[in-house]
Design a protein around this ligand. Structure first.
Ligand code: THU
Length: 160
């Protein structure tokens, strides 16, 4: 699955093969990951007990979001959309990079760590094919996680 690696200050990341993610803003990757891990502590998830944190770099600013569940389950919002919508409300329009963490133990399969389909479509509204998505591998992992491009996450995506 991993075609190459990127080393930042304290971590090594796996870069999946396919359309390469942009590494233009890689100096911010660790800050995004740590912000996502930090905001995850505020997640409101009493129904699923599945806590998610996300941080997004938009037009030079970092925004954070967590999942917020509701007794009417369909009213729940995911962490990634919370972060992106905070950026949009602040005037941001362009996603340079997005990180998310589901706080897994090292070895958690990718399907429990990757953005859901709705969030992929929302990312696509404000991102480019090579926009990097940083998927946390979990604390205690020997590497920070995977970096994938939007094109890898959501090929044939819808845009008007
Ligand atoms: N969740 C996210 O916050 N992001 C995702 O990409 C996947 C799912 C949340 C929604 C819900 O609160 C919980 O995780 C379980 O699905």
């Amino acid at each position: 699955m991993s075609a190459s690696t990127l080393t930042t200050q304290n971590f090594t990341w796996h870069i999946a093969s396919g359309l390469a993610p942009s590494l233009r803003d890689s100096s911010q990757f660790e800050g995004l990951l740590l912000a996502a891990r930090d905001v995850r502590r505020n997640a409101y998830a009493p129904y699923s007990n599945f806590l998610v944190g996300s941080a997004v770099l938009m037009d030079g600013n970092l925004y954070r979001g967590c999942n917020v569940e509701n007794a009417s389950y369909g009213a729940t919002i995911c962490a990634e959309r919370s972060a992106i919508f905070a950026g949009i409300a602040d005037g941001g329009r362009s996603i340079a990079a997005l990180a998310l963490t589901t706080g897994p133990q090292s070895g958690t399969p990718i399907n429990q760590r990757t953005p859901c389909g709705i969030c992929r479509q929302v990312i696509a509204e404000f991102a480019e094919a090579d926009t990097p998505i940083l998927i946390d591998a979990g604390e205690g992992a020997s590497y920070a996680g995977e970096i994938v491009s939007l094109e890898q996450l959501l090929p044939w995506r819808f845009k008007l």
